[in-house]
Design a protein around this ligand. Structure first.
Ligand code: 2NL
Length: 345
């Protein structure tokens, strides 16, 4: 072992090392090259370990060559690492390139069911008069659905509602949302301005204008000194908001066991505007809801003193209002969930 042979080995180590650095294909490869040449058990260490066998005067010269080789390799590795880094970034950028000029992918758009949308519009209009939306359960007691509303068992008025009963005695599917109003009266103090939308059920043969399930929106107002004039004014405002500002309206006498007096509320036919057509059976008028002054017995069942409080209530079929708004002639469309129908709203 002499200076010449060690220096020669160091030169060829540098040459091999630089070649290995240059051909490292990626960062991981380059790290392995670094460990192999400059690591604790790497090539450089191995060659330099022979330094002890040299004459003392040769050792600094060999050390100087060793340092030059280490620096050359380290410099090459740093440069190669930065090259490989930008190559990796370039290829990632290429692989993940986004063509911002492509048209977007359309999302499928949903919309509210026309009956629900109609309920919301009704709630929006009455909301302007301070009415607050409440919801009650679809399975109700015979007590709240009938008896509290002045419809005792065996009363002939029960024939007006063909009822779906449950297996549980005393429980039924509500035939109107009025039992929810009983909840409201029992739970809150006047002044009450409540709106109750919801699904109702009747045991009924299905045809173009009847379903066995349907939606209803009921309103209830109770306060001291509430009169039929307040009812008429409110319903006029509703009719004008829903069917046009100049639409004529009228009250006709009606009958409900839970209101006295009771009325039917009509608007000028929205199809012929009074000229007479098949939609209004040539009467020129269409009934859009039933209403009346809350019967004193019903107020008392709601926990309120009829000597102090008066109230009115009204109820409308959501499907009927939706049919008039959109010119739909068959109520069965609302339950069939045919997308060709629903997508039009
Ligand atoms: C209709 C008519 C109506 C009511 C509903 C009501 C509720 C309570 C007290 C008194 Cl708690 N009345 N609701 C009153 C009159 C008519 O609905 O045929 N709707 C589709």
């Amino acid at each position: 072992m002499d200076y010449g042979s060690i220096a020669g080995r160091l030169d060829s180590l540098q040459e091999d090392g630089l070649a290995a650095v240059a051909s490292a294909a990626d960062i991981v490869d380059l790290e392995a090259v670094e460990v192999a040449y400059l690591g604790r058990k790497g090539e450089l260490k191995t060659v330099l370990s022979g330094i002890g066998q040299l004459p003392a005067e040769d050792r600094p010269r060999v050390g100087a060559v060793g340092n030059r080789v280490r620096e050359a390799l380290e410099t090459a590795i740093v440069a190669r690492r930065s090259d490989l880094g930008s190559v990796a970034l370039d290829s990632r950028l290429a692989a993940e390139r986004i063509d911002v000029t492509l048209p977007g992918r359309p999302l499928r758009r949903g919309s509210l069911h026309p009956v629900i949308e109609t309920n919301r519009e009704i709630a929006r209009i009455f909301g302007q008069f301070g009415f607050v939306v409440y919801e009650g359960p679809e399975v109700e007691t015979d007590e709240r659905n009938f008896r509290a509303l002045n419809i005792p068992p065996d009363h002939p008025a029960r024939d007006l509602w063909d009822t779906l009963y449950t297996d549980l005695p005393g429980y039924l599917l509500r035939t109107h949302t009025s039992p929810g109003q009983i909840h409201v009266m029992q739970a809150t103090k006047p002044p009450i301005r409540a709106l109750l939308p919801g699904r109702c059920f009747r045991y009924e043969a299905v045809d173009a204008s009847h379903g066995f399930e349907f939606f209803q929106v009921e309103g209830l107002m109770v306060d001291e000194g509430t009169t039929m004039a307040d009812l008429r004014g409110l319903l006029d405002a509703f009719a004008h908001a829903m069917f046009g500002a100049r639409r004529a309206t009228r009250f006709r006498p009606g009958y409900y066991p839970f209101t006295e007096p009771s009325v039917a509320f009509d608007v000028r036919c929205v199809v012929c505007d009074g000229a007479g057509c098949s939609a209004c059976q040539r009467t020129g008028w269409m009934t859009i809801l039933g209403a009346g002054m809350v019967h004193p017995i019903v107020l008392r069942n709601g926990g309120l003193d009829p000597e102090r409080y008066q109230g009115f209530a009204f109820g409308m079929g959501s499907e009927r209002i939706a049919m008039l708004r959109y010119g739909i002639d068959d109520i069965r469309h609302f339950l069939e969930n045919d997308l060709r129908f629903l997508e039009q709203f």
